[in-house]
Design a protein around this ligand. Structure first.
Ligand code: NAD
Length: 309
């Protein structure tokens, strides 16, 4: 199938790579020329704008970092909305329910269907094709997109209402943000008391404290202090803010989410939007006056386990 792919970043690049490897023909666009060149070398064709892509293919996929980028690419000048051939947009970005519904309505005026498809599972899941794909949109369109989506992971149909998959994604990321922040606080507390952080993670993972943060993020990116898991702090804060805004729009107050939001705002201020989100532990360490690192005795074991998981 001919697919247009816009946004070849941490998530978009490995997803686009899987589509190429599965035999699809890709026409790609990104504002970073180097990202496009990499895909041309792999056999994709390059386009000069989202509109050019939408002039040349029926199915366009996007994986973009902000609400502004997602809106501009879909409905801005030289956007998908002005393409002559495009029939459907599959948006893999996290943009929140309101933005999704707004873009959906604008595209619908031009007869372009929009499938909302935020994803979870990180860069590793994108590489392996094991993402959780949260999908909302017209059921017939979703069925038609299955051969493409199945290459990327497992499809969970959330509903037909535009934006409902975004609500699902924000709930998921609230939990991811919470467990990473809470695990950071728990480990820092232990280190302050003299415990070995590698042993702490091992105990969590054998006990009831286990989460994705302790099973994957700490062993891979915090204990070895590489802070390179592949998701930017700025994007995590975007998602937590979107979640809080969505809850507020429904008249909900969520105490835990608000506290978690404060922790992430501090991380954003202290470590910057481009830091890896695993750096959320750093301001917590600084406040406690300790550093979480695998003890020399345990580091090799922890690294081996991370490599095997
Ligand atoms: P990223 O910043 O690594 O990649 C975004 C890409 O979009 C970059 O290559 C950038 O150059 C390109 N881009 C930006 N503006 C553009 C525009 N106007 N036109 C064309 N290209 C443009 O971001 P990411 O981590 O790949 O995340 C993408 C989306 O996926 C976000 O919505 C994020 O919240 C979501 N997401 C990320 C992860 C993760 O682990 N990284 C996991 C799940 C969901």
């Amino acid at each position: 199938m001919e697919i247009g792919f816009i946004g070849l970043g941490n998530m978009g690049a490995p997803m686009a790579r899987r589509l190429l490897d599965a035999g699809h023909q890709l026409l790609v666009y990104d504002t970073r020329p180097a990202a496009v060149e990499e895909f041309v070398a792999l056999g994709a064709q390059a386009a000069n704008s989202p509109k050019e892509i939408a002039d040349r293919v029926e199915t366009v996929m996007t994986s973009l970092p902000s609400l502004a980028a997602a809106s501009a690419v879909a409905t801005g000048a030289d956007g998908i909305i002005d393409g002559h051939r495009v029939r459907r947009l599959i948006d893999l970005s996290t943009v929140g329910a309101q933005t999704a519904a707004d873009i959906d309505a604008r595209l619908a005026e031009r007869g372009i269907a929009r499938i909302d498809c935020p994803v979870s599972g990180g860069v590793g899941g994108a590489r392996r094709g094991t993402l959780a794909l949260m999908v909302s949109g017209p059921a017939a369109e979703v069925d038609g997109a299955r051969p493409v989506l199945d290459v990327l992971g497992t499809v969970f149909f959330i509903g037909e209402r535009p934006g409902s998959a975004q609500t699902m994604k924000l709930a998921n990321n609230l939990l991811a943000a919470t467990t990473l922040a809470a695990t950071s606080e728990a480990v820092v507390m232990g280190v302050k008391a003299g415990l070995d952080p590698a042993v702490m993670i091992e105990v969590f993972n054998a006990g009831s404290g286990a989460t994705h943060a302790s099973r994957d993020k700490f062993p891979r990116a915090v204990l070895p202090r590489t802070f390179d898991f592949g998701f930017a702090t700025g994007l995590m804060v975007k998602d937590v803010r979107l979640c809080l805004a969505e809850a507020a729009s429904m008249g909900l107050s969520m105490d835990i989410a608000e506290a978690v939001g404060r922790v992430w705002e501090v991380a954003l201020t202290e470590t910057g939007p481009d830091s890896d989100f695993t750096a959320v532990v750093k301001p917590i360490e600084a406040a406690a006056g300790v550093t979480v690192g695998a003890r020399a005795r345990d580091r090799d074991d922890a690294t081996t386990r991370a490599g095997q998981s």
